[in-house]
Design a protein around this ligand. Structure first.
Ligand code: CA
Ligand code: CA
Length: 223
């Protein structure tokens, strides 16, 4: 009987833990890894799942500025489309906004970042949420009723992302376009970086591209 109770307790604890996780506020990158043409740029969204009613957010994002730059931040379509701003500080950016109306929902678009490769052959570069929590990095909602009626700061999980510069034909992203990449393309084993596979630039990554990659005939049309 005692064993059963312990098991029941453990199951309940697990249930509570899962419940707590599922109702947490979260800010994250979509896609978690953004692949960028070696001499070009790509966009990545910052999304928020907000359980609490939220009208204010801010964060810093740190990255290796030798490898990538964040050249533009767009707030259109976000929960803070008008009262938002960002600043570039070389190896990090600061961004945030506030709105008159508080919102709670999943996949709220906070901002769209344009990430650009600096021409260096770098591996994956971390895009890390940073800044002092509940000061520079926070999400908050309307004040409670009690004086001094400060805004309410919510606990939030911040999930980091990454960026990776990828060259024409280098579909496995190891820095070298070679016969192994060609085989992958020929077999259709490509997913997130199709543009790097379409080396003849006809809009379709297929076995013909695979053959060209294997022979080193690279003519991707992205830039
Ligand atoms: Ca490769
Ligand atoms: Ca093609």
């Amino acid at each position: 009987m005692k064993k059963k109770l312990v098991l029941l307790g453990a199951a309940l604890a697990l249930f509570l833990a899962v419940s707590a996780t599922s109702v947490a506020n979260e800010v994250y990158f979509s896609q978690e890894t953004v692949y960028i043409p070696e001499c070009g740029n790509a966009t990545v969204d910052i999304l928020m799942n907000a359980t609490n009613y939220t009208d204010t957010w801010s964060t810093m994002i740190k990255f290796d500025s030798v490898c990538v730059s964040i050249t533009e931040v767009n707030f259109s379509g976000s929960i803070t489309p008008t009262n938002a701003s960002w600043g570039d500080h070389d190896s990090y950016i600061y961004l945030g906004g506030t709105n008159l109306t508080a919102t709670s929902d999943n996949e709220l678009l906070l901002a769209t970042l344009t990430v650009e490769c600096n021409g260096s052959s770098c591996g994956p570069v971390a895009l890390n949420f940073t800044g002092e929590e509940e000061v520079e990095r926070l999400m908050a909602g309307p004040p409670d009723d009690a004086p001094p009626r400060n805004g309410t700061i919510y606990s939030t999980t911040w999930t980091n992302g990454s960026a990776q510069c990828v060259g024409c034909g280098d579909v496995d992203g190891n820095g070298i376009p070679d016969i192994l990449d060609g085989k992958k393309v020929a077999k259709g084993e490509i997913s997130t970086i199709n543009w790097a596979a379409d080396v003849d630039c006809d809009g379709i990554p297929d076995i013909l591209d695979g053959k060209k990659i294997a022979k080193g005939e690279l003519n991707c049309c992205y830039s």
